[in-house]
Design a protein around this ligand. Structure first.
Ligand code: HH2
Length: 273
C-alpha cells in the first residue's frame, strides 16, 4: 500500500494521545501497566478525539536509564494486540525489534526520540514498512540530558540537526512525505531553549515537514509559571502552550489530556481558519 503524506493522515491540528505502559513515566507512570486498563485508556482517547495513540514502554524522562528490549516488548505487545486494527497506533521506541513487532500489529507511525541514532537497524525497519516516522531532537541522552544543556544558537542548531536527520532517513529509503519533525521540548534544554524553539518554530517548518510538539505536562511549563522545582504541569498550562504552538504552525500535539486539547485546538483552528 502506498501511504498518503503525514499531513493528510494526521490533519492539522491532530492530537496524539500519550499511553505510557511504564512504571516510571514522569506524569502517567504506573497507571497503565495492566494491558486491559491501557487498552481501555487508548479507546477512550480515540473517543475523545485523538487521531492516534502513542504507546511507549520505556520512559525517557530526565535521569531515566532505559530498559532492555525484552522488557519493552513485554510491556507494549499485549496492549498493541488488544488494539490491533481498532485504534490508530504510534509506537514510541528507538529499538528496531520493538518497532518491527508494533508494525506487524498494525502501528502506523514510529516515534523515535533518538531520530534514528539509537538503533542502527531501525531505519531499515521503517523503510521496509509503509510507516510514518517522527524524528525528534535531543541533546545528550535521557540519563544526563538535563545536567548542562548548552547551545550557541538553539534554533539554528536544532533545525540543522533535524535537517541532517531528515536527509539521513530519506537516504535510508524512508519517503520524505511520511516524516514529521519534533524540536524535542525538554530533551536537553533549559527553559529559555524551549521557549526560543517555540518562538522560532518557523525555522523548523522551513524544512518543509509537519512539526509535532510534545509540551504536555512538562516541567518547563510548571517552571515558567513560577515553581522552580516543578516536575510536571497542569492540563491548563499544557493546552495554553499547545495553542501557542499551533498558532506558530505546529501540526501534531502529543498530549495526556486528549479532550481538553481537541477542544482547545479545534476552537483555535476555527478562529484562525
Ligand atoms: N516526550 C516524551 C516522550 N516521547 N516523543 C516525541 N516525539 N516528542 C516528545 O516531546 C516526547 C516524546 C516524554 O514524555 P512522556 O512520554 O509523557 O514521559 P516519559 O518519557 O517519562 O515516559
Amino acid at each position: 500500500m502506498r501511504r498518503s503524506p503525514v499531513e493528510e493522515r494526521l490533519r492539522r491540528p491532530a492530537v496524539m494521545g500519550i499511553l505510557n505502559v511504564t512504571p516510571d513515566s514522569f506524569s502517567d507512570g504506573g497507571r497503565h501497566l495492566d494491558p486491559d486498563v491501557a487498552a481501555a485508556a487508548a479507546r477512550q482517547m480515540v473517543s475523545d478525539g485523538a487521531a492516534i495513540v502513542d504507546v511507549g514502554g520505556e520512559s525517557t524522562r530526565p535521569g531515566s536509564q532505559g530498559v532492555p528490549e525484552e522488557v519493552e516488548l513485554r510491556r507494549v505487545v499485549p496492549v498493541l494486540e488488544r488494539l490491533a486494527g481498532e485504534v490508530p497506533i504510534s509506537i514510541d521506541t528507538s529499538k528496531a525489534e520493538v518497532a518491527r513487532r508494533a508494525l506487524e500489529l498494525g502501528a502506523l507511525l514510529v516515534n523515535d526520540v533518538t531520530a534514528l541514532r539509537g538503533d542502527p537497524a531501525l531505519a531499515g525497519v521503517v523503510a521496509g514498512s509503509d510507516a510514518y516516522l517522527c524524528l525528534m531532537h535531543m541533546q545528550g541522552e535521557p540519563r544526563t540530558m538535563q545536567a548542562a544543556p548548552t547551545y550557541d544558537d538553539v534554533v539554528s542548531e536544532v533545525a540543522g540537526f533535524l535537517e541532517e536527520r531528515l536527509a539521513f532517513a530519506v537516504s535510508a529509503g524512508i519517503p520524505e512525505e511520511r516524516i514529521c519533525l519534533d524540536p524535542g521540548i525538554g530533551f536537553g534544554k533549559k527553559i529559555a531553549h524551549n521557549l526560543a524553539l517555540l518562538r522560532g518554530l518557523e525555522s523548523i517548518l522551513a524544512l518543509g515537514r509537519p512539526v509535532l510538539v510534545g509540551l504536555s505536562r512538562k516541567s518547563v511549563l510548571g517552571k515558567i509559571l513560577g515553581d522552580p522545582d516543578a516536575t510536571t504541569a497542569t492540563a491548563a498550562a499544557s493546552v495554553g502552550a499547545a495553542v501557542a504552538a499551533f498558532e506558530r504552525g505546529a501540526s501534531i500535539f502529543r498530549v495526556h489530556d486528549v479532550r481538553e486539547h481537541v477542544e482547545a485546538l479545534g476552537a483555535a483552528a476555527a478562529v484562525s481558519a
